[in-house]
Every structure is written in C-alpha cells, then in structure tokens.
Design a protein around this ligand. Structure first.
Ligand code: FVH
Length: 293
C-alpha cells in the first residue's frame, strides 16, 4: 500500500463547514495526520471515513496537535470554540474571516495564552481548494517564523502569500480585495438591470462585460502610481471632467430604462465633489482622499 504520511506534519482543524471540509480533504489526501472537530459532530462523519481522527471536544482536538488551524464562521465562534482549550505551546493559524482589528486582538489573546499566532485570509471558494490551477491562495500575516515553520503544510490546500508581521494585515488585504469585488458586483448588477427588459440576452452581455472589466482592471496600477507619487494627474488618460460628463449619460440612460441608479450615485457624487474642488484634470485618485477620514 502506498503510504504518503511519512514526515508529514500532524495538525488539527476546527470547523468543518464548506471551507473547512475542503481544507481537511486536501491535508488528508496529502498524507497529513489530521484531527478534526466540529460543533455539529455529524459533519465530521465523511472525513472520519477518509482517515481523519474525530475529537469529541475542541479542547481534545487542540491537545492532539501542535499545529491548530481554525476555519470557523466568525471571530466570536473562534473565542467560543477555544474557550476551554489549553493553548500553551500551540501554533494557531486562524483562517476565519474577520476584521484587521479582530485579528490583532486575537493575536494578543493567543499570546496571553502561550500560543503563537498567524492570521489568514482565504482568497478562494471551496471548489478552488486543492486545485492549484484555479489560482486560489491565502494571505498570511503575523509571526514570520511561524509562517516559515509551517509553510509546507499551509501550502497544501492553496497558494500562500505572506503580507507582514502585523497580524491584521492578512485581513486588511483580504477585505481590500473583497471590497473591490463588491464594487464589481454592483457594476455588474446595474449593467444587467439596464438590458433586463430589452431584447439582449444576459448570456450575450456576459462575455462583453468580462472583456471590458479585464481591459479596465490594470487601472489599479495607474491609481497606485498616482497615490504613491502624490501626482494625481500622472498618466491620466480619461480625466475627471470627462468622466463626470459621462456620468450624466449613464444616469439619463438608467432613468430611460427605468433602472434605479442607487448603486452608481454614491461614487458619482464623490467624483463631482472632487471636480467642484478644481481637480478636473485628475483621474479618480482624489476620491481615495475624500473617502479617507
Ligand atoms: N465558503 C466561502 O466561499 C468563503 C471563501 C472565503 C473564506 N470564507 C470564510 O471561511 C470561514 C468558514 O467558511 P465556511 O464556508 O466553511 O462557512 P460555513 O459552511 O458556514 O461553516 C461555518 C463553520 O463555523 C462553525 N461555527 C459557527 N458558529 C460556531 C460557534 N459559535 N462555535 C463553533 N463553531 C461554530 C460551523 O459549525 P456548525 O454550524 O457545523 O456546527 C461550521 O463548521 C468563514 O470565516 C468564511 O467567511 C469562506
């Protein structure tokens, strides 16, 4: 029988939701001895059949391994799950989505209990886990020593991107990307609403949207360059004055199509404020300043 467990780090995983289960399967498949725990015990049954050791309590699961990974619903569930566990000498890797402030507080909390702490932000959905060609990865931040020590194990389910010693940085990067994605979803919703009652199939618009958004995405580099140099006119191709003029066309079209413009107007209002302040020759970098309190 082929035994791929030799030299593989033993670990514990708390949380067997959609993401936790996907993570567990990759570690089991790679031969890592894995102890799992889930609040609702029945969710562990399929993994037991695949070779995982199932612990009766979170405290037992934590005791089983030096490396403990958490993939729970939110920060509060992390506190609840670990309430009775002895964390002395443990290496905690928290892949539960949270805010930067929660990650920093959780790092302090772990340290006070004698554990080392690494926070993670998963940039993947469950079907991308264990499938490297999908490009899924996890942001990590916190102890670099801890990250390096467990890199080969952490790299099993998805790519790894270490973003700094500050434990809040993984969450910060995660939320920044998710926020940009939310803006994209808002734009897509508005675009599909515009054609909803017309003789245009959503399936025909979809590839056009993908191509256009892909072509526009590198504007992130232009914005970054302007923000870093402090020159918000640097490399501007489409200036604010022109874009605000275009906004009125978008708003009139929404009105004609009987589509609410509520997803667009907050951003447009910020562009207009910056224009009114005399920055018509810039791009949209000034909006970043208006947002920053
Ligand atoms: N699924 C996704 O697409 C995203 C992708 C990006 C990263 N997120 C984050 O990953 C965390 C886990 O997500 P998930 O998809 O596994 O979530 P669920 O399937 O809803 O499972 C939640 C697990 O958390 C357990 N749980 C909830 N509350 C508690 C608690 N108070 N004490 C202990 N465990 C708790 C829950 O247990 P149960 O309901 O089965 O008993 C599940 O194991 C998450 O942060 C995403 O934002 C996923």
């Amino acid at each position: 029988m082929d035994d791929n467990t030799f030299g593989k780090t033993r670990l514990t995983l708390l949380g067997l939701g959609a993401m936790g289960t996907a993570l567990a399967r990759t570690w089991l498949a790679a031969g890592h001895p894995l102890t799992v725990w889930n609040r609702t015990p029945s969710r562990a049954d399929p993994l037991a059949a695949e070779g995982a050791t199932v612990a009766g309590t979170a405290a037992e699961a934590v005791a089983a391994s030096d490396l403990v990974v958490l993939c729970l619903l939110d920060d509060a569930s992390v506190g609840e799950a670990l309430a009775d566990a002895d964390l002395t000498g443990k290496d905690l890797v928290n892949l539960t989505t949270g805010t930067p402030a929660q990650a920093r507080a959780r790092a302090e909390w772990a340290e006070e209990r004698g554990a080392r702490f690494l926070d993670g932000g998963i940039m993947a959905v469950p079907p991308m886990i264990g499938v490297p060609e999908t490009g899924g990865y996890v942001f990590y931040s916190g102890s670099r020593t801890l990250f390096d020590a467990h890199l080969s194990t952490l790299a099993v389910p998805a790519g790894t991107t270490y973003v700094g010693e500050d434990p809040g940085f993984a969450a910060l990067h995660d939320v920044a990307l998710l926020s940009a994605m939310t803006g994209m979803f808002a734009g897509l919703s508005h675009a599909f609403a515009l054609i909803r009652k017309e003789d245009v199939a959503p399936g025909d618009l979809a590839p056009l949207l993908v191509n256009w958004l892909t072509a526009m995405a590198p504007s992130a580099y232009e914005l970054a360059d302007q923000l870093e140099s402090g020159d918000y006119t640097k490399g501007v191709v489409s200036n604010l004055a022109m874009m605000v003029e275009g906004n009125s066309t978008m708003l009139r079209t929404a009105e004609d199509q009987r589509v609410s413009a509520e997803l667009l107007t907050p951003f447009m209002a910020l562009m207009e404020r910056r224009l009114a302040d005399g920055h018509g020759d810039e791009g949209t970098a000034g909006v970043v300043d208006l947002l920053t309190r």
